[in-house]
Every structure is written in structure tokens, then in C-alpha cells.
Design a protein around this ligand. Structure first.
Ligand SMILES: Nc1ncnc2c1ncn2[C@@H]1O[C@H](COP(=O)(O)OS(=O)(=O)O)[C@@H](OP(=O)(O)O)[C@H]1O
Length: 301
């Protein structure tokens, strides 16, 4: 199988931020809304839900290897991860629609990616009791990663300078809305919907093997310890960064000269970006926005 050629994918200009059902979005994630809203999930679908830049690609790749690594190894060299794990709401000129990719995915189960906040997830996922793997990342590193992503990705709104972006992040004026509502929304959902595994990026960095084992247990997979070890090695940052199928280098709308998709993969990189004043302001806003939640993030590991 040939690697798909997306060199014709071009964006004339960066998209504007729009208000969509109370959430900041761009048309690239809302233009296909009727089909997204009415998407028919299946009971064995696995929805990988994240706020952008929280570790989506990492978990997507782990899931793909767990289910299909041995069964169809050719997938690993012929299909970029974003084709194997469709991005449900994606609607870019020159790329297949996320809903179409998902509908035509030949695999079972179907791993499907979304950044939608919990209230916008198509209701069929809940009705079908599909499994949901949510990955959350601490707000400060998430903001830094998102800033660099917006700089290099012509499919995202212009981020401005770091200070401008950080103010927008604290106000929730990013694509897919406020980080705070996103992480809290899925955390709350977990209290009434038991088929969610809530994972943390920091835990994955600390001990990837342990988190792969947690995933297997949630998914009901009896993957051997040797196999899990092999997968754990294959999904390390440096390995994924070199792998064309997982590093997004096949998408022409991203300018790696500005910043690579696989940028640093670290916990605590925010310290290289936040000034003391920005950090104090951020902590104040964080305390306010997170005062009614029990979800706890670790920033020191
Ligand atoms: N294997 C591994 N180990 C550690 N970190 C990893 C790994 N794979 C991806 N990443 C880091 O995750 C960030 C990208 O997040 P997403 O995949 O969620 O991006 S996206 O929302 O799908 O565009 C981005 O974070 P930053 O490096 O901090 O920018 C990636 O480098």
C-alpha cells in the first residue's frame, strides 16, 4: 500500500475562531457538524478523547499497536496514524472527512479520535456504551505545547506572541474551548458513565509500561508482558519522532521549521516559557476555575 499523498492539501489562510454552541471552534471542526452529530458509534468503538496537545497521538499509537500491531504490521509502515485513528470532527479541504474515514475504517474495534468537549460528543457513543480513553495533561505544559502547535499549523488560528496566547488560554479562547471545562467535563462524566478510562500524560511519561498495562486492563486485553514491553519501547518519544507514520511530517499544513509536531515530550517545559508574573496570574486563574473539581494534576515528577 502506498503512503497517501496529501501534498495537494493547501489552506489559503488561517481560520477565524468562531463561537459554536458556546465553545470556541474553527470551521474545520464544525463544517461537517450534521454528520458528526449523527455519527453512528458501535459498542466496540474506542473513543480517544483529549484536549489538543495532551498526548492523543501517543495513546492512539499505543492502541493501534495493541490491537493491530501483530495482526496487520503493514499498517505501521503504510498509513499515517491520523488515517488509522480517524479524527472524527476533522473537515479539511484535501483530506478525507473524519466521519468518512471512521465509517470506512476496516478494523474492529475502531479507534476514533476526538477533541470535542464532552457535551459535544455524538450521543451514539454514550448510547452504545462505547469505551472512552481520556488523556489529560497539566494545564501549563498543555498551554505551551498548544502555543507551539498553533505557530506551526496553518490550520489553526494565529496564536500571537506567547503572552497573548497565554491570556487567550486562561480565557478559554482556544479551539475546543477552555482547558478547564474540558478536563473537568470528562472527569464529571466518569462519575456516571463507567466506561471511561481517565489517564494523565504525566503518568505516561513517568512509567509508560505501567500505563500500557492499565490500558490493557481497561480494554480487557490479555496482552503478554513481553508484548507490552515491546510496545512500550516502540512508543517512546524519540522512536515516534523518527517515525514518519507517527510524527505528522506527511501533512503539508504543518511547518516543522517553525516547530516540530513531536516537539519535546517533557513534563515541566512550562518553566522555560512562563515568567514569574505569568505563573502567578495563571495560578490565580487556575485556583478559581478548578475550585469545584476533585481532579488532581501532578506537575512535579
Ligand atoms: N511518545 C511520546 N512521549 C512523550 N510525549 C509525546 C509522545 N508522543 C507525543 N508526545 C507529545 O504530545 C504532544 C502532542 O499532543 P497530541 O498528540 O495530543 O497533539 S494533537 O492534539 O493530536 O495535535 C507533543 O507535546 P510537546 O512536545 O510538549 O509539544 C508531543 O511531543
Amino acid at each position: 500500500m502506498e503512503i497517501p499523498d496529501f501534498s495537494s492539501m493547501k489552506l489559503d489562510s488561517r481560520p477565524e475562531l468562531i463561537d459554536f454552541e458556546g465553545v470556541s471552534m474553527t470551521r474545520y471542526f464544525t463544517d461537517n457538524w450534521e454528520k458528526v452529530k449523527n455519527f453512528q458509534a458501535r459498542p466496540d468503538d474506542i473513543l480517544i478523547a483529549t484536549y489538543p496537545k495532551a498526548g492523543t497521538t501517543w495513546v492512539s499509537y499505543i492502541l493501534d499497536l495493541l490491537y493491530f500491531g501483530n495482526e496487520s504490521p503493514e499498517r505501521q509502515t503504510s498509513q499515517p496514524i491520523y488515517m488509522r485513528v480517524p479524527f472524527l470532527e476533522m473537515c479539511f479541504q484535501g483530506l478525507p472527512l473524519g466521519t468518512e474515514l471512521a465509517d470506512t475504517l476496516p478494523t474492529s474495534p475502531r479507534p476514533i479520535k476526538t477533541h470535542l468537549p464532552v457535551q459535544l460528543v455524538p450521543k451514539s457513543f454514550w448510547e452504545q456504551n462505547s469505551k472512552v480513553v481520556y488523556v489529560a495533561r497539566n494545564a501549563k505544559d498543555n498551554a505551551v505545547s498548544y502555543f507551539h502547535f498553533d505557530r506551526m499549523n496553518m490550520g489553526q488560528p494565529e496564536p500571537g506572541d506567547w503572552n497573548t496566547f497565554l491570556q487567550k488560554f486562561m480565557d478559554g479562547r482556544n479551539v475546543f474551548g477552555p482547558w478547564y471545562d474540558h478536563v473537568n467535563g470528562y472527569w464529571k462524566k466518569k462519575q456516571t458513565y463507567s466506561n471511561i478510562l481517565y489517564m494523565f500524560y504525566e503518568d505516561m511519561v513517568e512509567d509508560t509500561g505501567r500505563e500500557v498495562a492499565r490500558l490493557c486492563s481497561f480494554l480487557g486485553l490479555s496482552t503478554s508482558a513481553t508484548e507490552r514491553e515491546r510496545i512500550t519501547k516502540g512508543v517512546q518519544f524519540d522512536v515516534m519522532k523518527q517515525n514518519k507514520m507517527t510524527n505528522y511530517s506527511t501533512l503539508p499544513v504543518m511547518d516543522f521549521k517553525i516547530s516540530p509536531f513531536m516537539r519535546k515530550g517533557k513534563v515541566g517545559d512550562w518553566r522555560n516559557h512562563f515568567t514569574v508574573a505569568q505563573n502567578e496570574q495563571f495560578d490565580e486563574v487556575y485556583k478559581q476555575k478548578m475550585k469545584n473539581t476533585t481532579v488532581k494534576f501532578r506537575t512535579e515528577i
